[in-house]
Design a protein. Structure first.
Length: 54
């Protein structure tokens, strides 16, 4: 399971990152937060699909 979060950078950008190793830098906190939420949802959906088929 993935747990993505965000970190605000000094230059005004923000990073979205996850313990699984995924990370990206975005132009602002709101965009990074949306990406983190999307990453978590996508990972949960993939895990549910795998569990349903195995």
């Amino acid at each position: 399971m993935c747990y993505a979060d965000t970190t605000d950078n000094p230059g005004g950008t923000a990073a979205a990152h996850c313990y699984c190793g995924w990370s990206n830098t975005y132009p602002d906190h709101d965009t990074a937060d949306a990406a983190a939420e999307s990453h978590t949802r996508d990972a949960e959906a993939a895990e549910a699909e795998f569990a349903a088929t195995h």
